[in-house]
Write a protein that binds this ligand. Structure first.
Ligand code: NAP
Ligand code: GDD
Length: 335
């Protein structure tokens, strides 16, 4: 039986990956942070099938102990301060976790289990101010947030440990992926949660920042399969995982209201932009400059060509299904 250690197991991707690995017969170990109230997050429903180890990405010794305890065949490093907006408010914590934290786990593996295969959760945020469209494994990086900068360090240190010490270390450069388990502050879930509340009369209006930002949105369930595939290859490498489609935040809003059976109409421009419910004329979306970022990533569009050809990976959940599932789930939760 193969053993896997997942950091960030309580998060969105950690939970879908744990389900995937359990379904393949893995023994799954998960790193969890100590909190004042015990909270298994997104893996509450499978907590009895996971062996939890208390550790923190900023505490090297705790990671050494975790690797010793699990003696894993595969390590998936998904733990991160993953919210871009917060990275301007907590730049140092973001770097400690998302940058130096990667070295901590790589060092723990090098010391205790150097033959373990390693997956690093790299990100399309590293492309930032994009240098070409679509973005591929060869596109130069230009991060635009403390999060993007920290993740770029994590990306390069992973490559460096592969080249320096021969570790089987891969980076997945994953574009945005969402789900019913997405954190409420990320724009897709913020939208679907608000749409469900507006539809059921629990909220009047949804306030958003930059409506023009374009993202390449897929479903997390598809993306964790790519992580696993990367670690099953003969040689370690880095791969872009994306859908090859891009949409504005405004288009996501449209799709979410449509999924809830509501029609909206847009008016105004820039910070004056708003949308009304065509049935009663009430304003249901407006712009709030509070949600603009100090520096924005305006356009992300990835090419999954290499992953499709080399890994045989294919996105299975299309955009409309992603939105429909998220809205249906939030409507159910509101009820
Ligand atoms: P998420 O839901 O925010 O989960 C992050 C996880 O990291 C949580 O389990 C969190 O634990 C844990 N964590 C945070 N700080 C930690 C620390 N100091 N020590 C140990 N654990 C810590 O993120 P996600 O969407 O699943 O993303 C997974 C990974 O992929 C992240 O590294 C993210 O940056 C990266 N990524 C995500 C996307 C995307 O679109 N989702 C795209 C590209 C890359 P708590 O429960 O204790 O907070
Ligand atoms: N969160 C948020 N809230 N974003 C908003 C809002 C709002 O009210 N209004 C507009 N946006 C815009 C943001 O400015 C950004 O351009 C876009 O919506 C997406 O924001 P998020 O959903 O917060 O995600 P992100 O793209 O910044 O980062 C996510 O994807 C990265 C991969 O590209 C996170 O999952 C990162 O961890 C991940 O690396």
């Amino acid at each position: 039986m193969k053993k896997a250690l997942i950091t960030g197991i309580t998060g969105q991707d950690g939970s879908y990956l744990a389900e995937l690995l359990l379904s393949k017969g893995y023994e799954v170990y998960g790193i969890m942070r100590r909190k004042s109230v015990v909270d298994y997050g997104n893996v509450d429903h499978i907590k009895d099938r996971i062996q939890f180890i208390y550790a923190d990405m900023t505490d090297y010794v705790s990671l050494v102990n975790a690797v010793k305890k699990a003696m894993p065949d595969e390590v998936y490093n998904l733990a991160a301060q993953s919210f871009v907006a917060t990275s301007w408010e907590q730049p140092i914590a973001t770097a400690d976790i998302d940058a130096v934290g990667v070295t901590n786990i790589l060092e723990a593996i090098k010391l205790i289990k150097p033959d373990a295969r390693f997956y690093q959760a790299s990100t399309s945020e590293m492309f930032g101010l994009v240098q070409e469209v679509p973005q591929t494994e060869k596109t130069p990086f230009y991060p635009r947030s403390p999060y993007g900068v920290a993740k770029l360090y994590g990306h390069w240190i992973t490559k460096n440990y592969r080249e320096s010490f021969g570790l089987f270390a891969c980076s997945g450069i994953l574009f945005n992926h969402e789900s019913e388990r997405r954190g409420l502050e990320f724009v897709t879930r913020k939208i679907t949660n608000a749409v469900a509340k507006i539809k059921t009369g629990h909220q009047e209006c949804l306030e958003l920042g930059n409506m023009e930002a374009k993202r390449d949105w897929g479903h997390s369930q598809d993306y964790v399969r790519a992580m696993w595939l990367m670690l099953q290859q003969d040689t370690p490498d880095d791969y872009v995982i994306a859908t090859g489609e891009t949409r504005t935040v405004r288009e996501f809003v449209d799709a979410a209201f449509q999924a809830a059976g509501m029609e909206i109409e847009w008016h105004g421009k820039g910070v004056e932009e708003y949308a009304v419910n065509t049935q009663d004329g009430k304003t249901v979306v407006k712009v709030n400059p509070h949600f603009f970022r100090p520096a924005e990533v305006e356009l992300l569009l990835g090419s999954p060509k290499k992953a499709e050809e080399a890994l045989g990976w294919k996105r299975e959940i299309p955009f409309d299904e992603l939105v429909t599932r998220m809205v249906a789930n939030d409507l159910e939760l509101v009820k």
